[in-house]
Design a protein around this ligand. Structure first.
Ligand SMILES: NC(=O)C1=CN([C@@H]2O[C@H](COP(=O)(O)OP(=O)(O)OC[C@H]3O[C@@H](n4cnc5c(N)ncnc54)[C@H](O)[C@@H]3O)[C@@H](O)[C@H]2O)C=CC1
Ligand SMILES: C[C@]12CC(=O)[C@H]3[C@@H](CCC4=CC(=O)CC[C@@]43C)[C@@H]1CC[C@@H]2C(=O)CO
Length: 390
């Protein structure tokens, strides 16, 4: 059979060529372990290719074979992990959410874990203390207080003087307000930057000598709100954008020291922050009590209340299972070749593809509809509409 006389042969051959290249690229990058299960997958892939080639239309066969190749390379191939013993990890913000789950997971894997909490008496801190006895140290640290950061650095230095700090997981963070940028108080912009940006950069810089000594890891939880203009999250998104930028620069600059830097970009998860109606209602009331009267007149309390109601509705769709995020953090801490960016959660990678390649006119509508399906209007706009001025 002439090769040129069979497009199917060229098509299947191209898929095999690409698969082989990617397979050996991952293996040569120590991004894959040649396990018996992986070799079994490859044998099954050969049989599957034969079936597709013999019994399926070319396009369908190529699509199915490419999907099988993607599955083997992207999901089935185990990543090469480093040994755990002797490694210490410092995780910030472990009272609740990703931080608490990550501290528990790393402890159960055998790491020595130093976990910071805002409040040593919080239920999460007490639970961690009870469940992780032998290799966990809890410290109280508020990222807005330099004295707390200094105290944390001293404790960590005492505990890791001979080995250095293997990994810093910058998890602590918060969103002070959900609402229009114009209605967001200046103090909110500052508090978000203080915690999510300045505090996180400071703890990172202060621990870098220990991390460079260990040729270790920096893992920082940012947010897609820092990469895309999510409405109603201006202060939070700006702080995460700044943080992600500095982490990317750290990654370039710390490479020669052997330090690897990863950023985790999770979608929406049901954590302490996300689904806490009383917290958000208090934030909203504080906003209404302090905003200029003229502004409150133009937007109206009903508009502000409606924003929160719909946000809390959105929060009910957040993912309950935090393991995709904790698994990504563990991979960034322990994989021989950690990823630069981990996009974690349903459709978050699709979000990045869409917002990177689609025109702004399409994506701006899409991003608005993520949060609020039936957006009400500020009072002044409603009045204009009803009186026909708009
Ligand atoms: N839950 C979600 O949907 C997403 C969360 N993230 C990020 O994940 C990280 C963890 O947040 P979650 O677990 O979701 O929320 P969470 O509210 O459950 O946990 C945040 C942690 O940060 C701590 N924290 C807050 N202010 C602090 C301060 N001034 N100093 C020290 N610690 C402080 C809190 O005590 C808490 O332990 C945050 O950086 C957040 O921005 C990013 C994307 C999505
Ligand atoms: C702000 C916060 C964390 C986030 O980043 C998410 C946000 C809910 C909407 C989102 C959907 C996504 O797909 C990306 C993440 C995010 C912007 C969350 C509401 C509360 C969370 C918080 O306060 C974190 O401290």
């Amino acid at each position: 059979m002439e090769l040129s006389s069979s497009p199917a042969l060229w098509a299947y051959g191209s898929v095999w060529l690409l698969f082989s290249f990617l397979f050996f690229f991952k293996y040569s990058n120590s991004d894959m372990v040649l396990s018996p299960s992986l070799l079994l997958y490859v044998v099954l892939l050969v049989l599957f290719e034969w079936f597709c080639h013999m019994y399926l239309p070319v396009l369908l066969g190529i699509l199915l074979l490419s999907s099988a190749c993607w599955y083997i390379l992207g999901i089935a191939s185990p990543r090469k992990m480093l040994p755990i013993e002797g490694k210490t990890v410092f995780v910030t913000g472990c009272d609740t959410g990703f931080g608490k789950a990550t501290a528990q997971t790393l402890h159960s894997m055998g790491f020595k874990v130093i976990a910071s909490v805002l409040n040593l008496e919080s239920p999460g801190a007490k639970e961690l203390q009870q469940r992780c006895l032998e290799r966990l140290t809890l410290i109280q640290m508020d990222l807005t207080k330099p004295e707390d950061i200094q105290k944390a650095q001293q404790i960590i230095r005492m505990q890791t003087g001979d080995t250095g700090l293997w990994a810093l997981v910058n998890n602590a963070g918060y969103c002070a307000h959900f609402g229009d940028a114009e209605l967001t108080m200046e103090s909110t912009y500052r508090s978000c930057m203080e915690v999510n940006f300045f505090g996180t950069v400071k703890i990172t810089k202060d621990l870098l000598p220990l991390i460079r000594y260990a040729k270790g890891r920096i893992v920082t939880i940012c947010s897609p709100a820092g990469d895309f203009s999510f409405p109603y999250l201006a202060a939070y998104g700006a702080s995460k954008a700044a943080l992600a930028r500095v982490m990317d620069i750290f990654r370039h600059e710390l490479g020669p020291w052997g330090v690897k830097v990863s950023v985790i970009q999770p979608s929406s998860y049901r954590t302490g922050a996300h689904f806490n109606p009383s917290y958000w209602e208090h934030q909203n009331q504080q906003l209404i009590d302090t905003m200029p009267t003229a502004l409150l007149q133009e937007y109206g309390e009903e508009y502000i209340a409606d924003t929160l109601v719909q946000f809390l509705e959105f929060g009910k769709t957040a993912c309950l299972d935090l393991s995709p995020v904790t698994n990504s953090i563990v991979d960034a801490v322990l994989s021989e070749n950690p990823k630069v960016k981990y996009y974690v959660g349903k459709s978050v990678f699709l979000l990045y593809v869409l917002f990177t390649y689609l025109p702004e006119s399409l994506t701006s509508h899409q991003i608005k509809s993520i949060f609020l399906k039936h957006r009400s209007l500020p009072r002044a706009l409603k009045q204009k509409r009803t009186s026909g001025q708009d």
